[in-house]
Ligand binder design. Structure first.
Ligand SMILES: Nc1ncnc2c1ncn2[C@@H]1O[C@H](COP(=O)(O)OP(=O)(O)O)[C@@H](O)[C@H]1O
Ligand SMILES: [Mg+2]
Length: 594
C-alpha cells in the first residue's frame, strides 16, 4: 500500500517520520527500540565500569552484579548494531519501494503527456529520485532514528555527568544545545543553496552524461567535443555552486565560533574533574565513569556527517510533493468517461483544431476528415506539426481550440484510456521495451499470433537471428541490442499485433525512418496488404512512404494546405508536387551516382 496520509504542511522532518510509520510501522517500533537501547547501553556500561574499578581498588562490595550488568551492556552494544542494520535494511527496502510506487503512480496517472513536457516536473523528479545528490530520500527517516538515538545517548551522558556535579551536566547540555541550533541552520541553508537550483546542477550533469553515454560517444569524438563537455561541466557546476559559496563563509564562521565554545566547555569540564581528583573528592572509580561521560555528552548536540546527509535527504522530500503538485498543475486533465464501444464506424473529423506549445501555435485551425477503413497520410516539412497531430488523435494531448469528433461524438467526451487502447501507435521515438522479443510484440500472445504480426512487419527473419528466438531479452543489460531499424520492425509488429487484437486505428509516425532501403521498399510493397481494412494514419516526410495512401494531406502553417491522392496532388502542381519532385530528384541522383 502507498502511504497516503501525508501532511504536506508539516515540516520535512515530520513528513519523513510519517513516511516511516506509514510504510514500515513494525520496523519503526524496532528501530526506535534499538536506538533507545543503543543510546542507554554505553552509559550503563560506564556506571558498571566505575563500580568495577571501585571494587578493584579494594571495595569488594557487590562486584558480581556490576560485572554482569557491564557484560550485558557490551553484549547489547555488539548485537544491537547488527539487529538495527538488519531491520533498517528491511525498512529501507519498503520505503524505497513505497516512494518509487508513489512517483510512478503520479507520473503514470494522467492520460495525457502534457506534464512530461514541463521542465519543472522533470527537475522535481530528478530531485525526488535523489538523482542529483546521491542521497536517497527514503533513507531520511532511518537516519533520523539513528540520530535520535545519538541524541538520547548524549543526554544520558549529561545525566551521568550531572550525578557528579548537576550544574556540570546541565551546563554541558546547554552548551551542546546552543551549538547545535546555529550549526543546523547553516547546514540546512547550505544544502538549500546548493540543492535549490536543480536546473543548474541538472545541466551540469547533462554534460557529464553526454561525455559518458556510449550512444553519444561517436559524435563526441567525431566533432572533438570531449574537452568541450568537460569545460561545460565545469562552467555549469561552478554556476550551480556559486549560491552555496555565498553561504559558505557563514558556515565557516559558525563552525569556528561553536568549535571555540565547545573546546572551552570541555576544558572547563575536564578541569572541574581534575580539580576534584586532585583534592581527593573523587577517586579512580568516579574518574573512570565521568571522564568518558564528558566526552560522550557531545552526541546530544554535535553535528556529524550523518546530520549533513540527513539535510540532503530531507531536501529531496519536498521534491516528491513538488512533483505531485506540478503534475496536478501541468497535466491538462483529459475528461470524458463515455466508453468508446465500437467507434469509430465512419469518420474521425478534426474541426478548426488548434494546439500551441507555450504561445507558439503548432496547429492553427486545422480541418481534416479521416475515413474509417482507409489509409490517410499526413506529410509536411520537419516541425510542421505532424507528430503533434498524431498526439491529438491518440489523445495524449487535447486540442486547445476546435474539436475532434468520432462519428459525431466529441473525442473529449470519450474515456481517454479507452480511446488510447483503440489506437495502435508507433510513435516516432518508438519505445524499446526491456522485455523479450515475444513480449515486445504482444505480452501473453500466442506464438502463432506473434509470428503472423512479425511476418507482416517484416520482422520474421529477426527471430531466427536471435540466440533464444522469441525468448531473447532485448534492450536490457546483458540482453541483446538491436539496430534502430530492427527495433522499428519490432515496433511495427507490436502495432500490427495490437491492430489484430482490438485496436481499431493504426497510427504510424515515421514508420520507415530507420529502415534500410530494401526494408523500406518491402514495407511499401506490403503496406496495403499489411493494413487492409484498418483505419491507418501514417505520417512521413518521405513521400515514397505515403504515395500509396488513399488520401494524402499536406500540413503547412498549422493547417491542411492540400489534400488528395498521390496523382491528384501531383496534378495540382503545388506544395506536394514540389516536395515530391525534390525528393524524387534526390533519389534519382543517388541512383545514378551509384
Ligand atoms: N514538447 C515540446 N515543447 C515545445 N515545443 C515542441 C514540443 N514538441 C514539439 N514542439 C514544437 O512543435 C512543432 C511541431 O513539432 P512536431 O509535431 O514534432 O513536428 P513534426 O512531427 O512535423 O516534425 C515544432 O516546431 C517543435 O519544435
Ligand atoms: Mg514528427
Amino acid at each position: 500500500m502507498l502511504p497516503t496520509r501525508w501532511a504536506p504542511r508539516s515540516s520535512p522532518r515530520w513528513r519523513a517520520q510519517r513516511m516511516l510509520w506509514d510504510g514500515a510501522p513494525r520496523q519503526a517500533v524496532l528501530l526506535y527500540a534499538c536506538a533507545a537501547v543503543g543510546a542507554l547501553a554505553p552509559v550503563v556500561l560506564l556506571v558498571g565500569v566505575g563500580r568495577i574499578v571501585r571494587a578493584a581498588a579494594g571495595d569488594r562490595q557487590a562486584t558480581w552484579p556490576w560485572i554482569a550488568v557491564s557484560g550485558a551492556a557490551i553484549g547489547v552494544l555488539l548485537v544491537g548494531d547488527t539487529v538495527r542494520d538488519h531491520v533498517a535494511g528491511i525498512a529501507r527496502a519498503r520505503l524505497t519501494f513505497a516512494l518509487q510506487e508513489r512517483l510512478m503512480t503520479a507520473l503514470i496517472r494522467p492520460a495525457g503527456i502534457a506534464h512530461l513536457t514541463d521542465q519543472g516536473n522533470l527537475d522535481a523528479l530528478a530531485g525526488a529520485k535523489g538523482a542529483l545528490t546521491g542521497f536517497q530520500p527514503a533513507n531520511a527517516p532511518l537516519t533520523q532514528v539513528a540520530l535520535a538515538g545519538d541524541r538520547l545517548g548524549g543526554l544520558a551522558a549529561c545525566v551521568l555527568v550531572g550525578a557528579f556535579r548537576w550544574w556540570l551536566g546541565a551546563g554541558l547540555l546547554l552548551v551542546w544545545l546552543a551549538v547545535r541550533r546555529p550549526l543546523r541552520t547553516v547546514i540546512t541553508e547550505h544544502v538549500a543553496a546548493l540543492g535549490g537550483d536543480a536546473g543548474k546542477i541538472r545541466r551540469a550533469v547533462y554534460f557529464f552524461e553526454l561525455a559518458t553515454d556510449p550512444a553519444a560517444a561517436p559524435e563526441v569524438r567525431a566533432y572533438g567535443l570531449g574537452r568541450w563537455t568537460v569545460d561545460r561541466l565545469r562552467e555549469h557546476w561552478l554556476l550551480a555552486m556559486a549560491a552555496a559559496w555565498s553561504v559558505r563563509a557563514r558556515v565557516y564562521r559558525t563552525v569556528a565560533l561553536t568549535a571555540g565554545l565547545v573546546v572551552a566547555a570541555n576544558l572547563a569540564a575536564c578541569w572541574v574533574l581534575a580539580d576534584a581528583v586532585a583534592h581527593h573528592r573523587i577517586g579512580l572509580a568516579e574518574l573512570a565513569a565521568y571522564f568518558p561521560a564528558i566526552v560522550a555528552t557531545s552526541a546530544v548536540g554535535g553535528i556529524s556527517t550523518e546530520d549533513i546527509a540527513l539535510a540532503w535527504m530531507l531536501a529531496s522530500l519536498p521534491d516528491v510533493e513538488r512533483l505531485e503538485a506540478g503534475i496536478a498543475r501541468s497535466a491538462v486533465p483529459l475528461g470524458g468517461a463515455r466508453p468508446v464501444g465500437d467507434l469509430p464506424r465512419r469518420t474521425i473529423r478534426l474541426e478548426g483544431v488548434r494546439f500551441a506549445f507555450g504561445d507558439r501555435p503548432v496547429l492553427d485551425g486545422l480541418d481534416l476528415d479521416i475515413p474509417v477503413g482507409a489509409s490517410t497520410a499526413i506529410v509536411g516539412a520537419n516541425g510542421a506539426g505532424k507528430t503533434t497531430l498524431i498526439r491529438l488523435l491518440t489523445r495524449l494531448h487535447d486540442p486547445s481550440g476546435g474539436r475532434i469528433t468520432v462519428d459525431g461524438t466529441d473525442l473529449a467526451d470519450l474515456d481517454p484510456a479507452d480511446w488510447q487502447r483503440r489506437c495502435a501507435l508507433i510513435s516516432q521515438d518508438f519505445a524499446r521495451l526491456p522485455f523479450t522479443l515475444a513480449d515486445n510484440i504482444g505480452v501473453g500472445a500466442s506464438r502463432a499470433a506473434l509470428r503472423a504480426a512479425a511476418e507482416r512487419a517484416g520482422a520474421a527473419d529477426l527471430v531466427a537471428g536471435l540466440p533464444d528466438g522469441w525468448d531473447t531479452p532485448l534492450g536490457v543489460p546483458g540482453g541483446r541490442d538491436l539496430s534502430r531499424g530492427q527495433w522499428q520492425r519490432v515496433a511495427l509488429a507490436r502495432a500490427l499485433y495490437a491492430a489484430e487484437h482490438g485496436a481499431r486505428i493504426l497510427v504510424l509516425d515515421e514508420p520507415t525512418a530507420w529502415l534500410d532501403a530494401a526494408a523500406e521498399a518491402d514495407f511499401h510493397r506490403r503496406f496495403l496488404a499489411m493494413t487492409r481494412g484498418l483505419t491507418t494514419i501514417i505520417v512521413a516526410h518521405r513521400f515514397s512512404t505515403v504515395r500509396r495512401a488513399d488520401r494524402i494531406h499536406v500540413l503547412h502553417d498549422g493547417k491542411v494546405a492540400e489534400s488528395g491522392d498521390h496523382d491528384t496532388l501531383l496534378a495540382l502542381d503545388g506544395r506536394y508536387a514540389a516536395m515530391f519532385t525534390a525528393q524524387a530528384a534526390r533519389f534519382a541522383g543517388e541512383a545514378t551516382a551509384r
